[in-house]
Write a protein that binds this ligand. Structure first.
Ligand code: ZN
Length: 726
C-alpha cells in the first residue's frame, strides 16, 4: 500500500529522471517483474538509494548486475483478481456500498484503505484469473455501475522483502531497500533483461514479493518505443499512418495514465496497455512520426478520447459498445475501412498492354509469364522451338549469365538427345552442377523423380533432373513420366531459367505498392519512397488468379495493389504483374490475416470455453446478434451443464479466435453431436477504433494523418496539449 513516504520517494525519482535528461511530462512504465532481473548498460551506470541519494554498494557499475527479491516466500505469492467498483471518502460509506453489492450479487468483497489518496476502495469478487470475473463484471454493469476495472492483488501480505544486488563473481550485497534507482551514464541506456531503455529505471519490490523494473521516461521519448512496436515501419512504411498511430498512442497515455498506481506505475508495456519495446525498437520513420505530431492528442469534450485501436478490422470497424459494453462513446462508431466508391473510382485506371498468346510446354504447363519475363530481359527473343537444341540452350544460358554477372559458358556445345542431356547442360552452363551434387542425396533421387525411365540415365543427369524437381521447376506429363528419353521442347526449361535468373535478381524485378495512376504512368511506393514511372509502349501485363499469373492485354489497377515490375533501359515499365492476388478494396486488405478460416474440434473448443464459462459438453453455439460490421456481439453457448450468453470481446476469448467477424459452421456426427466447428472470418484484433493496417492503406491512397484519425474516430478533435497536459 502506498504511504506518504512513498510519495516523497516518487518526487525524488522525478528529480533523478530530470537530472538524467528527461523533460516534462514523465510517465512510469511497468516493465518485467520476476524473482530476479538482470541490469546492464552500454557504459557505466549507478544504483542509488532514492531517499538518501547515495550510491548503493559500489560508486558505479560496468558489468551485469542481478537484482534479487530477498526474503520472498518460496514458490511466490498467490495472486487474486477483484473488481474495483469505487472509492469513497469514508470507511463507513465504503462498507455500506460493499454490503449492498454483496447482498445483490452474493460475491465476496473487501475494503482497502489508500492512505496516499485518503480514500477507501471497494473491491468485489475473487478469482485466480482475470477472465474468471467476467460474469460478475457483466452483472455489475447490468446494475448500472460504471468505471469498473479489474485489480490484481496478492492473496497474502508480503513484508520484509528487500533488494539484493549480485555481481558476476557471485558476490552480493543486501541493500535493505525496497526501491532503488538505476541511473545511466552520459547518453547510456539501461538494459533490463536484455532490452534497453531511455530514461532511468526503478527497481521495486512488488506486493507479490517479486522485483519489478519501472521505466521513468519523458512521454514523447516513451512514444518512440511504442509507435514502431505497434505499427512496424519496415512492414508498413507510410509516414502518415505512423503519425496517426503516434497520436492514438499519445492519446492513450493521457487517458490511461495512472491505471496501475497501486503497483507504482502508470501503464504496462504489453498489449494489455500498448506495446512498448524500449530504445531498441526505435526507427527513423516512426521517430519522425512522433516528432511531427509532438504534443497532439485527440479530444472529445476537452478530454482525451478512449483511443482504442485494432490491428486489422477486416473491412469495417465495430461500434465500441458491441465489443466493450462500457464503451458507448460517440466517436467509437463502426465505419467502413475503405474509400468512398467515388474516391476510389477517381484513383483507379486501366493500362493497355501487349497481347501475348498463351504458351504451354509439352506437359501442358502454362509458361507464358516465365517466357515474357525472359523476353523482356532479353534472354529469349522468339517463341521457343519444338525441339530444344544445344546451341539454342547455350544462347539462353549465355544471355542469362551476362545479366546475372556469372561467367557465360564457353566451349563445346553438347548435343541434346534426351531430357537428361538438357538438364545437365542447363545446370552446368550456369554453374549449378554443384547444387545438384551437394544438395541432393543419392537415396532421394527415386523419391524426387518417381519415373523408372530415368534410371538408365547417367547419375549427373538424374541429379540435375532431381534438383529441378526439388525446386518445383520440372513438371511431369499426365502419365507421371518425365519424358526422360526424348528431346524436350524448348518451353520445358523456361520455368527453370526464370527461376535461376530470379535467384540472382537478374531481371531487375521490383516490388511496390500502387499509389495511383498518372497519364500513362504509375505512382508507386517503394518502401517509404514515392516514385513515378512511365509505361513503355505496350508493356507486358499479368493478372494473378489462383496462384498462376495470366497474361492480359488490359489490366485495371487500383491504389493499394501490390505489384512486381521491371523497367527497360529507358526506365519505363515493360513488365508488370499483380502479386499477391487482391482481396477486394478495403484499406486493410494487405494484412496477411485479412481473411482466415480455422477448424476446431469440439474438445479443443470445450477446453477454451470451459476455462471461462462452465457449460460442460458443448451441444450448440448460436449467434444471437451481430453488430454494425457483422461482428458477433451476442452468442449463446448451449452445454450439457448450462446455457450461457456471452457478449462482446468475451466471445473472442472463449472461442479463442483472431476476430469475431466470423461465420460459424457446425459439423455433427451421425448421433447429432458436435464433431467440430469451422470459423471463417476476417481481421485480427477487437475491431474498435483506428484500424492500423487500414491507416496504412489510407496513407497509400494519399490521406494525411488528420484525415485518417477523423475517419476512425468520428467527431474527435485533434488538439495540442498545453505544457501541463490536457
Ligand atoms: Zn480496417
Amino acid at each position: 500500500m502506498a504511504t506518504l513516504a512513498q510519495a516523497d520517494t516518487d518526487d525524488r525519482f522525478q528529480r533523478l529522471a530530470k537530472r538524467a535528461g528527461q523533460g516534462d511530462p514523465l510517465v512510469r512504465i511497468g516493465l518485467e517483474d520476476g524473482e530476479s532481473l538482470e541490469i546492464e548498460a552500454a557504459g557505466a551506470f549507478r544504483i542509488l538509494d532514492p531517499d538518501s541519494g547515495k550510491d548503493v554498494w559500489h560508486a558505479s557499475y560496468d558489468e551485469e548486475i542481478r537484482v534479487v527479491a530477498d526474503g520472498a516466500p518460496a514458490g511466490g505469492v498467490e495472486r487474486v483478481f477483484r473488481i474495483q467498483v469505487g472509492a469513497f471518502g469514508s470507511a463507513e460509506a465504503a462498507r455500506g456500498e460493499l454490503e449492498r453489492l454483496r447482498t445483490a450479487t452474493g460475491a465476496p468483497g473487501v475494503v482497502h484503505h489508500d492512505p496516499d489518496r485518503g480514500n477507501w476502495r471497494v473491491r468485489l469478487g475473487e478469482s485466480p484469473t482475470r477472465t474468471g470475473l467476467n460474469a460478475l463484471l457483466e452483472r455489475l454493469r447490468e446494475m448500472g455501475l460504471q468505471a469498473l476495472w479489474i485489480a490484481e492483488e496478492a492473496a497474502e501480505l508480503v513484508e520484509d522483502v528487500t533488494l539484493r544486488l549480485v555481481d558476476s563473481r557471485w558476490q552480493s550485497r543486501s541493500t535493505g531497500r525496497q526501491r532503488l534507482a538505476v541511473i545511466p551514464g552520459k547518453r547510456g541506456r539501461i538494459r533490463v533483461n536484455g532490452t534497453s531503455y531511455r530514461g532511468i529505471v526503478e527497481l521495486r519490490v512488488t506486493a507479490f514479493g517479486t522485483v519489478r523494473a519501472i521505466n521513468w521516461i519523458e512521454i514523447e521519448r516513451y512514444l518512440l518505443g511504442v509507435v514502431p512496436a505497434e505499427l512496424g515501419p519496415e512492414v508498413w512504411p507510410q509516414i502518415e499512418a505512423l503519425k496517426a498511430q503516434a497520436v492514438a498512442a499519445r492519446t492513450y497515455v493521457w487517458r490511461n495514465k495512472g491505471q496501475f498506481l497501486d503497483e507504482g506505475y502508470d501503464l504496462c508495456a504489453t498489449p494489455r496497455c500498448q506495446v512498448y519495446s524500449g530504445a531498441d525498437a526505435e526507427h527513423p520513420l516512426s521517430d519522425r512520426a512522433v516528432r511531427e505530431t509532438a504534443g497532439q492528442i485527440l479530444a472529445w469534450d476537452d478530454r482525451p478520447i478512449i483511443a482504442l485501436y485494432t490491428a486489422t478490422c477486416g473491412g469495417h470497424t465495430e461500434d465500441g459498445k458491441g465489443v466493450f459494453p462500457e464503451h458507448d462513446e460517440p466517436y467509437l462508431k463502426g465505419v467502413p475501412c475503405r474509400a468512398e466508391e467515388a474516391a476510389m473510382a477517381s484513383l483507379r485506371a486501366t493500362i493497355a498492354g501487349r497481347s501475348i498468346p498463351k504458351l504451354e510446354d509439352a506437359t501442358g504447363k502454362d509458361v507464358t509469364r516465365d517466357w515474357a519475363l525472359l523476353a523482356a530481359a532479353g534472354v529469349v527473343s522468339v517463341r521457343p522451338p519444338e525441339r530444344l537444341s544445344g546451341s539454342q540452350l547455350r544462347e539462353w544460358t549465355r544471355a542469362l549469365a551476362r545479366l546475372a554477372g556469372l561467367e557465360p559458358a564457353e566451349g563445346l556445345v553438347p548435343e541434346i538427345a534426351t531430357l537428361g542431356d538438357a538438364a545437365e547442360m542447363l545446370l552446368a552452363d550456369l554453374g549449378w552442377s554443384e547444387r545438384a551434387e551437394l544438395l541432393i542425396d543419392t537415396p532421394d533421387l527415386p523419391a524426387l523423380l518417381r519415373d523408372a525411365e530415368v534410371d538408365p540415365l547417367p547419375e549427373p543427369q538424374r541429379r540435375a533432373l532431381a534438383y529441378l524437381a526439388s525446386v518445383e521447376r520440372l513438371q511431369p506429363f499426365a502419365d507421371g513420366k518425365l519424358g526422360a528419353g526424348q528431346v524436350p521442347d524448348g518451353a520445358r526449361f523456361l520455368p527453370a531459367l526464370a527461376h535461376m535468373g530470379e535467384t540472382y535478381r537478374a531481371f531487375g524485378l521490383r516490388e511496390a505498392t500502387v499509389a495511383g495512376m498518372g497519364a500513362n504512368s504509375l505512382r508507386l511506393f517503394q518502401r517509404k519512397n514515392e516514385i513515378r514511372l512511365p509505361f513503355a509502349d505496350k508493356p507486358m501485363l499479368f493478372a494473378r488468379t489462383s496462384g498462376v499469373p495470366v497474361a492480359v492485354s488490359r489490366l485495371e489497377i487500383w491504389p493499394g495493389d501490390r505489384v512486381r515490375f521491371r523497367t527497360d533501359a529507358a526506365g519505363k515499365i515493360d513488365f508488370l504483374q499483380i502479386d499477391p492476388p487482391v482481396k477486394g478494396a478495403s484499406d486493410d486488405r494487405s494484412a496477411a490475416v485479412y481473411s482466415w478460416s480455422v477448424r476446431k474440434t469440439r474438445r479443443q473448443l470445450e477446453a477454451t470455453v470451459n476455462r471461462r464459462i462452465s457449460v460442460g459438453k458443448i451441444e450448440d453455439i448460436r449467434v444471437v446478434r451481430r453488430g454494425v460490421s457483422g461482428r458477433i456481439v451476442e452468442l449463446v453457448v448451449v452445454g450439457s451443464q448450462a446455457t450461457e450468453t456471452v457478449r462482446g470481446f468475451s466471445i473472442r476469448n472463449i472461442l479463442d479466435l483472431r476476430e469475431i467477424l466470423a461465420v460459424i459452421e457446425i459439423q455433427r456426427d451421425a448421433e447429432g453431436e458436435i464433431e467440430a466447428v469451422v470459423f471463417a472470418g476476417k481481421g485480427w484484433g477487437h475491431g474498435v477504433g483506428l484500424c492500423q493496417v487500414g491507416a496504412y492503406g489510407m496513407a497509400v491512397r494519399g490521406s494525411g494523418y488528420r484525415e485518417i484519425l477523423t475517419h476512425y474516430y468520428r467527431g474527435a478533435e485533434l488538439t495540442k496539449l498545453s505544457s501541463t497536459g490536457p
